[in-house]
Design a protein around this ligand. Sequence first.
Ligand SMILES: *Cc1c(COP(=O)(O)O)cnc(C)c1O
Length: 386
Amino acid sequence: MQYSTSQGDYIMGEEPYLLTPGPLTTAASTKAAMLKDWGSWDGDFKAVTAEIRARLVAMCEGGDAYDCVPMQGSGTFAVEAALSSFIPKDGKALVLMNGAYGKRAGKILEYIGRDFVSLDKGDYLPPMPEEIDEILKNDKAITHVLAVHCETSSGILNPLKGISDVTMKHGRKLIVDSMSAFGAVPVTVDEIPFEALVSSANKCIEGVPGFGFVLAKKSALEASKGNCHSLSLDLYDQWIYMNTSGQWRFTPPTHTVVAFLEALRLHEAEGGVAGRLKRYSQNRDTLVGGMKEMGFVPLLDEMWLSPIITTFFSPDDEKFDFTRFYDEIKSRGFIIYPGKLTEAESFRIGFIGALDKSVMEGVLKAIAESCAAMGVTNFAPPAGVK
Ligand SMILES: *Cc1c(COP(=O)(O)O)cnc(C)c1O
């Protein structure tokens, strides 16, 4: 497929691969699903919305006890909707932080005026169940625990099962930001009986950006009436309206929604969560193995490496320059992601999206060539960072 746009000619399959954790590279049929205009009130579109909600509830094995409420906007809008709708005005949260997204959740709570404490582990250490146990034991006012499943800023896969177990042991409620993991890392309500879990269209389900969604206990949705400070982010209102009319309360991102249904069908055809996990794990193993062979050093120890994204330390070589590195790799057909560590120079490579092992092998080749073009020969990080 080829056509001209004001940004130049578009040739399907010729744009660079996005090695970024969303927006990401999508399948051709997902893109093609957006070539039709839809009326948001139309029965056909309502059926799309209903099917998406049902498929997402099924993905976490939520049965009759859980429901799915989509929310317009990027993933953060859905996180803000969940925090403000589920944590009552007199509630108190424990926010588990080890990177940018945990910190952002804390910032949201400041904005919306909810009381919270945080367990901040810095850039890349996991919040451990024993630490959470101690905090919950000593602070009976905490009503909710907020956990980030995969902290995308470092790529760490946090120990969600342990976090969930200790939260349940103390009778508190769990809210999970599984934005960058849901759909590729198994989460079932049987194992992780969360109150609410948030994710979005443009991560592991491989849709395009435009909305997020909240999977939540129906009992939590029922109890959330009147909690939210915001009209547009009120999940209760969105839920009731959607259930009674079949429509989104305000204009939905129609093209994104139909593309997402196509992405969900591809997800199912790949073998669901297990199939996706397998491909992403293979992507990770290929990429991380090849990078280590070249001499690059990943930030995290093996056991914490998510199948989503990995952080590598930038080489100490004085010829290494991230901007040039990025441009060299881009000219070879791949877009990588800058790092987000506060203490050491780093960059990130994502494994999610319509990418497979052969793409990862292409990235490795592009990285080797880019380093050669720059004259970089020493791939190790500065002494002392790891
Ligand atoms: C992507 C992401 C978000 C949401 O980010 P947006 O830019 O608002 O879509 C939230 N949490 C995590 C862990 C993420 O990876």
